[in-house]
Design a protein around this ligand. Structure first.
Ligand code: ADP
Length: 461
């Protein structure tokens, strides 16, 4: 079904070249999908990235500023200028940087190009966690217990709400992100301070003092659902991923499917997610993130972009998510329906970072030697080569190692084998940590919660 030819629907192509407003492995991933569809690519780069090999994959590469992200990959006027100079008809934002900034989507479309992602209003709704929660509740997506409205100023009212939910509760900033702007409260005496401090932080860091409160779940897993919509009424969910292996809200290992979840429960929640997308006129790929505890799903947020861990879903479903993003942006209705989605086998992804494996301090520097694993069921998404210099200016992700096998057990054996083959010299990486995780009995058993890795690290040191 995912063949090399365009779908038969005769729609005029809205663009024939794509500016990739990102860097590193995801820039290369997007370039590859564009090339397979016959689309030309423009890559932007900062002065720090000017010698990177992956830029050679683009038809055009254009420098947009100095190393600092604010002056380059977040520099909207410079990116729009690059778009104009190169005549790119569309912009793919990748993940991070400008990918979830509604005003960027608007600016690209105002300049006459296609933003490869949802419309600005959908990004805006999902970026406001209260609005997002309300939209989800309306669509019947299960949410964490707590009101879908902002906390009042009156502390007596707030105490009443918290007591109704039942402690522990979590106070969260409506505009929060990246694991910041939230506080857990275990009893009533600590509530007022938590609200005041979080409100202060929210006004300073997220530009809105709005807070909300919900039940704090103590031992959840992180389970997420991938969706894909054409914005014309067509939409599918493409399986579940488990990303519970995290440290400080940063995912370290991801896998799919999420084990131990009955297929009918997964299908019920998946269908509700697609329904929510229809209701907000969602276009493109997106991810609904849930906490999963005692057999129940609790929505926490929607990411309105491609995720780092999207290959896990591609490996199990056979759906090329980036290709689908491009087709939807070109105006094609989805060529797949829910019945076409069949996830097979098991996939695991390890995020390989240039950092100390145990204290997580980034280790930028020159990669002097690189040996990538291969063989059946192994995929490596990376932009680095021997001779590549890992910059201190950007995140430390240098490669994603992904495996696929018929069963989870075989996928674990395959990942151990692939990690054993992988060799990176010159910079310190977290390969040793991944090798240990893949040998861990609890990981092998599966279903560990989101605190597991941090406890394991604490016990180890
Ligand atoms: P962000 O946008 O900052 O990533 P999220 O709402 O996705 O914020 O929450 C980030 C993390 O905080 C979650 O992955 C989870 O670990 C924790 N968290 C958020 N809400 C709750 C909750 N109600 N109960 C327990 N943990 C929570």
């Amino acid at each position: 079904m995912m063949d090399a030819t365009l779908p038969k629907v005769a729609e005029p192509r809205a663009f024939d070249s794509v500016l990739i407003a990102n860097r590193g492995e995801i820039a290369l991933r997007v370039q590859r999908a564009c090339r397979e569809l016959g689309l030309k690519t423009v890559m932007i780069y900062s002065e720090a990235d000017k010698d990177a090999d992956y830029l050679k994959a683009a038809d055009t590469a254009i420098c947009i500023g100095p190393a600092s992200p604010a002056q380059s990959y977040l520099n909207v006027p410079a990116i729009l200028l690059a778009m104009e100079l190169t005549g790119a008809g569309a912009v793919h934002p990748g993940y991070g940087f400008l990918s979830e900034r509604a005003s960027f989507s608007e600016a690209v479309e105002a300049a006459g190009a296609v933003f490869i992602g949802p419309r600005a209003d959908a990004i805006r709704t999902m970026g406001d966690k209260i609005a997002a929660k309300r939209a989800m509740m309306e669509a019947g997506v299960p949410c964490v217990p707590g009101p879908d409205s902002a906390l009042p100023d009156d502390m007596a009212e707030v105490s009443k709400i918290a007591a109704e939910i039942g402690y522990p509760v979590i106070v969260k900033a409506a505009g929060g992100g990246g694991g910041r702007g939230m506080r857990v409260v275990y009893d009533a005496s600590a509530l007022q301070d938590a609200v005041l401090v979080t409100r202060e932080e929210a006004s300073r860091a997220f530009g809105t003092p709005e807070l909300y409160i919900e039940k704090f779940l103590e031992h959840p897993r992180h389970v997420e659902i991938q969706v894909l919509c054409d914005g014309q009424g067509g939409g599918v969910w493409v399986g579940l991923r488990d990303c519970s292996m995290q440290r400080r809200h940063q995912k370290v290992v991801e896998e799919g499917p999420a084990i131990g979840i009955p297929p009918d429960v997964a299908a019920f929640v998946g269908n509700r997610c697609v329904e929510a997308c229809r209701q907000i006129g969602y276009r493109g790929v997106g991810t609904f993130e849930f906490l999963y505890e005692n057999g129940e799903f609790y929505f926490i947020e929607m990411n309105t972009r491609l995720q780092v861990e999207h290959p896990v879903t591609e490996m199990t479903s056979g759906v090329d998510l980036v290709r689908q993003q491009l087709l939807v942006a070109l105006g094609y209705p989805l060529e797949i329906s829910q019945d076409d989605i069949v996830c097979e086998g098991h996939s695991i992804e390890c995020r390989i970072n240039a950092e100390d494996p145990y204290n997580f301090i980034p280790c930028p520097g020159l990669i002097t030697a690189l040996h990538l694993p291969g063989g059946p069921g192994v995929r490596v998404d990376t932009h680095v080569t021997a001779g590549y210099r890992v910059s201190a200016h950007y995140d430390s992700l240098i490669a994603k190692l992904i495996v696929h096998a018929p069963t989870r057990e075989q996928a674990i054996l395959r990942m151990r084998r692939a990690l054993g083959e992988m060799r990176i010299e010159g910079v310190s990486t977290n390969l040793p940590l991944h090798r240990e995780i893949l040998q861990d009995p609890a990981f092998s058993e599966g279903g560990t919660d989101i605190h597991y890795l941090e406890h394991w690290l604490a016990a180890r040191s």
